[in-house]
Design a protein around this ligand. Structure first.
Ligand code: FDA
Length: 336
């Protein structure tokens, strides 16, 4: 039975965490060109350029400053500073709603009383904020995350916490719950449908009225904690989707899978969720035509825009999830 869609997935996901593989792959001259398909650039300015284009095209955005697995407190501090600077820059951007010539894309939300979806968001990996530091990693990550959430709340920008491998899930969700106490509308989190625990997590967060980004999951997880066959992951995704759609929160449907997208649209209609009561999300550079199709239908579609020079892990996870991406890379890298 295939392990998800790609038999090379476990090997690639191991490479995503190998410094030796990183040195090899990042030095290949061809890599840069292919990375550009998935990453908006290395600088804040490059990312903002991509953001302006997407916002002008009526798409929402979430910005990710690339980096993960930091065990250097100074690097975690630098990451926090970059997020703070990015949030300030986002706050200065005109959104379509500011332009009287463009019809507003965000009316009053039905389920998040008194709020509407924010077009601008940042996505944060807590391992880049020091979560993996020995001894006090959890506390350091919480403090750093709190700094960013305060800045984002003041600027009207949302923050969603990415989900990494399953050894971090409890720590991440406890930080999310702590931060949601003061900022329930600003703070949301990712949940990964491939984890066996996620249906229960969806139920709890849907009851709390939380903003949840549901994705399939991109790490190499053991059978004991995760579904590993594509059809089991998909079935779990659909069960989680139903719980979130029927719950009190704001579901963010993060997938490129046509079957999941169609199911989400049908479920939303069946529970009378309007356009402001849920959204679709896709990664930068993936299925741009589908992104535009959903926006043209009047749905909210948010693009996850990664930037920065620490793109290696992110890039290799994209190769792992789709044989076509990998083949494209290997063909371009082949001599002659
Ligand atoms: P999957 O990879 O199963 O593909 C299903 C189908 O979708 C394909 O058969 C094809 O039809 C279509 N498709 C997919 N890619 C395509 C392409 N490039 N071109 C054309 N068709 C394509 N993961 C994680 O572990 N933690 C996280 O925090 C996040 N965060 C996150 C945010 C956002 C906004 C997104 C969209 C995704 C994530 N992910 C993530 C990644 C996620 O877990 C998952 O690895 C990828 O989204 C791939 O899974 P899909 O749901 O797209 O379907």
């Amino acid at each position: 039975t295939p392990v998800l869609t790609n038999p090379l997935r476990p090997a690639l996901l191991a490479a995503a965490r190998s410094p030796r593989a990183e040195r090899g792959i990042t030095r290949m001259p061809v890599t840069r060109r292919i990375v550009d398909r998935f990453v908006a650039g290395e600088s804040r300015e490059a990312a903002l350029h991509a953001v302006r284009d997407l916002v002008r095209d009526n798409r929402f955005v979430t910005i990710d400053y690339l980096g993960e697995d930091t065990v250097d407190p100074a690097q975690a501090d630098a990451t926090v500073r970059e997020y703070s600077a990015m949030i300030q820059a986002l706050a200065q951007l005109p959104t379509p709603a500011d332009d009287p010539g463009v019809p507003s894309t965000h009316g009053p939300g039905m389920l998040l009383a008194g709020t509407s979806p924010r077009p601008l968001e940042v996505s944060v990996k807590l391992s880049a904020f020091g979560q993996a530091l020995p001894n006090d990693g959890h506390a350091v990550a919480l403090r750093n995350a709190s700094t960013v959430v305060e800045a984002a709340a003041a600027a009207g920008v949302w923050v969603t916490f990415d989900m990494e491998d399953h050894t971090t899930t409890d720590s991440t969700l406890s930080i999310v719950r702590e931060l949601r106490r003061d900022h329930p509308e600003t703070v949301g989190t990712v949940l990964q449908a491939y984890l066996r625990r996620t249906e229960d997590d969806c139920r709890a967060f849907a009851d709390e009225g939380a903003r949840i980004r549901l994705c399939k999951g991109a790490y190499n997880e053991p059978e004991a904690v995760a579904f590993r066959r594509k059809r089991d992951v998909d079935a779990s995704y659909l069960r989680c989707l139903r719980i979130l759609m029927q719950g009190k929160g704001y579901p963010m449907v993060a997938t490129h899978d046509p079957a999941m997208i169609e199911a989400a649209a049908l479920l939303a209609t069946s529970v009378h969720r309007g356009r402001d009561d849920f959204e679709f999300q896709m990664l930068y550079g993936i299925r741009p035509a589908e992104q535009q199709r959903l926006t043209a239908l009047g749905q909210h579609l948010r693009v996850y825009v990664p930037f920065g020079d620490q793109w290696y892990g992110y890039f290799v996870r994209r190769l792992a999830e789709r044989p076509a991406n990998l083949m494209f890379f290997l063909r371009s890298a082949a001599p002659g």
